[in-house]
Every structure is written in structure tokens, then in C-alpha cells.
Design a protein around this ligand. Sequence first.
Ligand code: SF4
Ligand code: SF4
Length: 67
Amino acid sequence: MPKIVVLSEYCKGCMFCAEACPKKVIGSSGSANAKGYQYAAALNPDDCIGCAICATVCPDAAIEVYK
Ligand code: SF4
Ligand code: SF4
């Protein structure tokens, strides 16, 4: 099953990934990283299809996709 890993310390919380994900997998983790940004997380990880759109749109290369 594909999955994503959010590198929380690189994330700036813009949520471009959440808006772009066709399966609505991603949302805010509700937690802040060391820089104070509310980083993204896979809230519905079982719905991920591994399309990597989230990683493509992330301006900070904060998402890795494993297929
Ligand atoms: S790989 Fe595709 S389905 Fe999975 S979280 Fe990213 S955009 Fe969503
Ligand atoms: S697009 Fe990247 S920087 Fe923006 S919320 Fe998603 S993981 Fe974080």
C-alpha cells in the first residue's frame, strides 16, 4: 500500500498538498514544528493511491512518497 511521509521540520504548513490531494488524505497535524508551523500529516493514510501529486506541489520538498 502506498504511503507518504511528511518531513515535519521542512513543512511550512501552506497546505498546498492538502488542497492538491485527489483523495483528501492530508490535513493539518494540529502540532507545530520547531519553527512554529502547523505541519501537514496524512490524516487518512489508507486512502493514499501513491500519485505523488502532494510531493510535486510541495514548495519545500517536505513529502516523500513510498509506493
Ligand atoms: S500520493 Fe497522492 S493520494 Fe497520496 S497523499 Fe499524495 S496526493 Fe494524496
Ligand atoms: S505543501 Fe509541503 S510545506 Fe505545504 S503543508 Fe504540504 S508538506 Fe507542508
